[in-house]
Design a protein around this ligand. Structure first.
Ligand code: NAD
Ligand code: IPM
Ligand code: MN
Length: 356
């Protein structure tokens, strides 16, 4: 029996995770052998226990076979000392569990071509995999902080640092994914300015000889951002640093109609994973019951595929999402102008109803 740790988090987190749990419960009823356990992370953990990643949550996470997380953060926590902020709970989990490989698939459901802010012909058929390095780079680099200079002025600083071994392991993840897809890998860097990403490029080039069937290309991140909105279908797999991947994946999400559509998997070297939508806690709509739960539901599909090796139920979930979109069900973020919309619970129930 596999154990799944459920971490709803903050804001819309509990609302969307509740819908994904309905899907898991339905799969359990159909024979999927998993048990669910709840835990606290982020602001809700701080409120209950005084820390965004309590010791017992970390212990639960280490023990679990996979983790499903909603989202963390909110304006009420922004004035806390940095180590106590909700985001540190998420970063702590990623770092402690060594979840270095973050897969963010941007796939356009054809039913949502109209929901994209880009022209239909630009996005139709879109299927990109962004591979984001998740436990290094400027998010974790030392030194970091704010110091006061001799003249009394403050100076803030962070460090963008990558070791060859860190670049190599995310590079290998990306090459292996590309081998199973369209065999094209675009490595995104800023090698024209930043030494660390020049090293990134050299390591990717070195790795390429181990994957002769994959066509490797390189692109500067500013151009990549532009190309993603100009002609996104040129990409198959993209691999990039922690910060660049964070930014590019939000942009890619919008190609699919809404940030509420993009799931993710964060994997360690052994395939243990944490699964979460790429969006945040959406404080502007939290508590209204209107958040799109599909990214979280699709994250369950990624969990089944990547952590449990079960592609059949994963495909059932993905097909069910297609069916509810066929039925015309839309949360407000993916509804066309003037089109009626449904709430999170109605969307979740509809997915469960068509799971067959
Ligand atoms: P956000 O992703 O929470 O929201 C950006 C916009 O997208 C908002 O207008 C929001 O309403 C909308 N949106 C997001 N998810 C949606 C969904 N499922 N359905 C419909 N609309 C959706 O980003 P933000 O506003 O920059 O950040 C809010 C908080 O979330 C911050 O505290 C931030 O640190 C945190 N955050 C957490 C995560 C995470 O837990 N993985 C990711 C990003 C941001
Ligand atoms: C994400 C989020 C996180 C990140 C934040 C909340 C720490 O934006 O998962 O994309 O920057 O990685
Ligand atoms: Mn982000």
């Amino acid at each position: 029996m596999k154990k799944i740790l459920i971490l709803p988090g903050d804001g819309i987190g509990p609302e969307i995770v509740a819908e994904a749990v309905k899907v898991l419960d339905r799969l359990k009823a159909d024979g999927l052998s998993v048990e669910l356990e709840q835990g606290l992370v982020g602001g809700s953990a701080y409120d209950a226990k005084g820390h965004p990643l309590p010791e017992d949550t970390l212990a639960q996470a280490r023990e679990a076979d996979a983790i499903l997380l909603g989202a963390v953060g909110g304006p009420q926590y922004e004035s806390l000392d940095r180590p106590l902020r909700p985001e540190q709970g998420l970063l702590g989990l990623r770092g402690e569990l060594k979840l270095f490989s973050n897969l963010r698939p941007a796939i356009l459901y054809p039913q949502l071509a109209e929901a994209s802010t880009l022209k239909t012909e630009v996005v139709s058929g879109l299927d990109i995999m962004i591979v984001r390095e998740l436990t290094g780079g400027i998010y974790f680099g030392q030194p970091r902080g704010v110091r006061t200079l001799d003249n009394g002025e403050k100076e803030g600083f962070n460090t963008l640092v990558y070791r060859e071994s860190e670049i190599e392991r995310i590079g290998r993840s990306a090459f292996e994914i590309a081998q199973k897809r369209g065999k094209r890998l675009c490595s995104v860097d800023k090698a024209n300015v930043l030494e660390v990403t020049e090293l990134w490029r050299q390591v990717m080039l070195r790795l390429a000889s181990d994957y002769p069937d994959v066509e490797l290309s390189h692109m500067y991140v500013d151009n990549a951002a532009m190309q993603l909105v100009r002609a996104p279908k040129q990409f198959d797999v993209m691999v990039t640093t922690n910060l660049f991947g964070d930014i590019l994946s939000d942009a890619a999400a919008m190609l699919t109609g809404s940030i509420g559509m993009l799931p993710s998997a964060s994997l360690d070297a052994d395939g243990k994973g944490m699964y979460e939508p790429i969006h945040g806690s959406a404080p502007d709509i939290a508590g209204q019951g209107v958040a799109n739960p599909l990214a979280t539901i699709l994250s369950v599909a990624m969990m089944l595929r990547y952590s449990f090796g079960q592609s059949e139920p994963a495909e059932r979930i993905e097909a069910a999402v297609g069916k509810v979109l066929d039925q015309g069900l839309r949360t407000p973020d993916i509804a066309a102008e003037g089109q009626a919309s449904v709430g999170s619970a109605e969307m979740g129930d509809a997915v469960v109803a068509v799971l067959d």
